[in-house]
Design a protein around this ligand. Structure first.
Ligand code: MG
Length: 377
C-alpha cells in the first residue's frame, strides 16, 4: 500500500486521481488532501477517503471548515499546510496538482523530503526546473509526469538510452480555435475559449490550450524532464488528440503513445509506475477513427506560443515572468476585462520590461511572480 498526499484534490487532476484510487481499493492510503477553498468537494472526499489531515489554503475557509468537517480530521491552512501535506513523514508519493505558481514551493519541499512526485503542476518545472531536476537526482526522487504529453514521452523513453533521443514530437490538439486567423479571434468570448474539442480540464488550462500557451509551458517542462535542448522539441498539431506525443530516436525510429483523451491514464501510470494495471473506460478504436491528421503550429496567430518559445530560449527568470504574466492575463480574460488576443500582447509587454536574472533561486522566483501578480492581476 502506498501512502499518498494530493495537493489540489478538488481540481480536475485531483478528482481523477481519487477516481483511480477508488477503483483500486487497498492499493493506497490517502494521508492528506489539500484544496484551495472548495469545502463542499473536500467534505465528500473526506467522508469517502478518510485522510489523516486536510489542508485548506484559504484561511477563512479553513476556519469555516472546522464545523463542517467535524473533529476527526486535522485541518491545516496556508502555505505551511500545503508544505506539511507535501512533506509529512507518513507520505510516500505526492500528487502535485495545484494550479499556478502557488504549487512550486510545496513541490520543491516534497523533493527535498525525498518524496516521489506525480507532477501535474506545470509551473514547478517551468519556473524552477533548473533547481528541481538536479535536486530530484540528488535525493533519488522520481518525478513522474501527469500530463498526457509528458507521460507519453516518458512511456516512449522507457527502457531506452536517453542519449539516443534525437527529437521529441510534442503533440497539441490546437484547441478550439485551430485553423482560425487573428482577425477571427478578436472578439471570441470566454465561453468559446472554454469549449475545448477533446479534453475536459480546469478553466486556466483550457484557456491556455485555446491560446496554445499551454503547449509553450509543456515545451519548457519537457526540456527539464527529459534533459533535452529546446530545439530538439518539435510541436505538432494532432487534432484528434490520439497520439499523446512521440519520441524520435537517432536511428529514425519513432515511438508514440496513443490512447483516448483520458487523464486517468497518465495519472494511473504515474501512481503505479513501472507497473501497468487495468483501466476501465473507452479504448482507441482504429476502425472508427479511420485516420489521424497532422499540421504545423501557426505561430503568427498563436503569438502566446511564440512568446513561450522565446522565453524558453532566453531561460533564467524569463520563463517565470512568462508564466506569471500569462496567469494574470488569463485571470483578466476570464473576468471579461481583456480580449482573447490581449492575452499574448500582455505577456509580451511584461516580458519586454524584464531584465533576466540567471539561475534564480526559489525565493527570487516566488518574489518575481508575486511582483507581477501585484502589478497586473
Ligand atoms: Mg497536456
Amino acid at each position: 500500500m502506498r501512502r499518498i498526499s494530493i495537493l489540489g484534490s478538488s481540481g480536475s487532476i485531483g478528482t481523477q486521481t481519487l477516481d483511480v484510487i477508488r477503483d483500486n481499493p487497498g492499493d493506497f492510503k490517502v494521508v492528506c488532501l489539500a484544496v484551495n477553498g472548495n469545502i463542499d468537494i473536500l467534505k465528500k472526499q473526506v467522508e469517502e477517503f478518510k485522510p489523516d489531515f486536510v489542508s485548506i489554503f484559504n484561511e477563512k475557509k479553513a476556519l469555516e471548515a472546522k464545523n463542517i468537517l467535524g473533529t476527526d480530521v486535522h485541518i491545516l491552512t496556508g502555505m505551511d499546510g500545503l508544505i506539511e501535506c507535501a512533506t509529512n513523514e507518513q507520505v510516500d508519493i505526492v500528487v502535485g496538482a495545484v494550479v499556478g505558481m502557488i504549487g512550486v514551493r510545496p513541490v520543491v519541499e516534497a523533493v527535498k523530503a525525498g518524496k516521489d512526485i506525480a507532477l501535474a503542476n506545470k509551473e514547478s518545472l517551468v519556473t524552477a526546473g533548473h533547481i528541481i531536476m538536479p535536486l530530484a537526482e540528488k535525493m533519488g526522487v522520481s518525478i513522474l509526469p501527469v500530463d498526457s504529453e509528458h507521460s507519453a514521452i516518458f512511456q516512449a523513453l522507457n527502457g531506452e538510452d536517453k542519449k539516443s533521443l534525437h527529437k521529441i514530437w510534442l503533440t497539441a490538439s490546437g484547441g478550439p480555435f485551430r485553423g482560425k486567423k487573428r482577425d477571427e479571434l478578436k472578439n471570441v468570448s470566454v465561453e468559446q475559449a472554454l469549449n475545448h474539442p477533446n479534453w475536459s480540464m480546469g478553466k486556466k488550462i483550457t484557456i491556455d490550450s485555446a491560446t496554445m500557451v499551454n503547449k509553450g509551458l509543456e515545451l519548457m517542462e519537457a526540456k527539464w524532464l527529459f534533459g533535452t535542448d529546446i530545439d530538439k522539441i518539435q510541436i505538432l498539431i494532432q487534432p484528434q488528440s490520439v497520439i499523446h506525443s512521440m519520441v524520435e530516436f537517432e536511428d529514425g525510429a519513432v515511438i508514440a503513445e496513443l490512447g483516448t483523451p483520458d487523464m486517468r491514464l497518465p495519472i494511473q501510470y504515474a501512481l503505479y509506475y513501472p507497473k501497468r494495471i487495468y483501466l476501465r473506460g473507452d479504448r482507441v478504436d482504429f476502425y472508427s477513427l479511420g485516420k489521424l491528421d497532422f499540421d504545423k503550429p501557426d505561430l503568427e496567430t498563436f503569438e502566446g506560443l511564440n512568446a513561450a518559445i522565446d522565453a524558453a530560449h532566453i531561460g533564467g527568470s524569463m520563463p517565470t515572468v512568462f508564466n506569471a504574466a500569462n496567469e494574470c492575463a488569463v485571470a483578466r480574460f476570464l473576468a471579461g476585462k481583456i480580449g482573447f488576443l490581449d492575452i499574448a500582447d500582455m505577456i509580451k509587454n511584461i516580458m519586454e520590461k524584464h531584465t533576466v536574472i540567471e539561475n534564480p533561486d526559489i525565493d527570487t522566483i516566488i518574489g518575481l511572480g508575486d511582483e507581477i501578480f501585484k502589478e497586473y492581476m
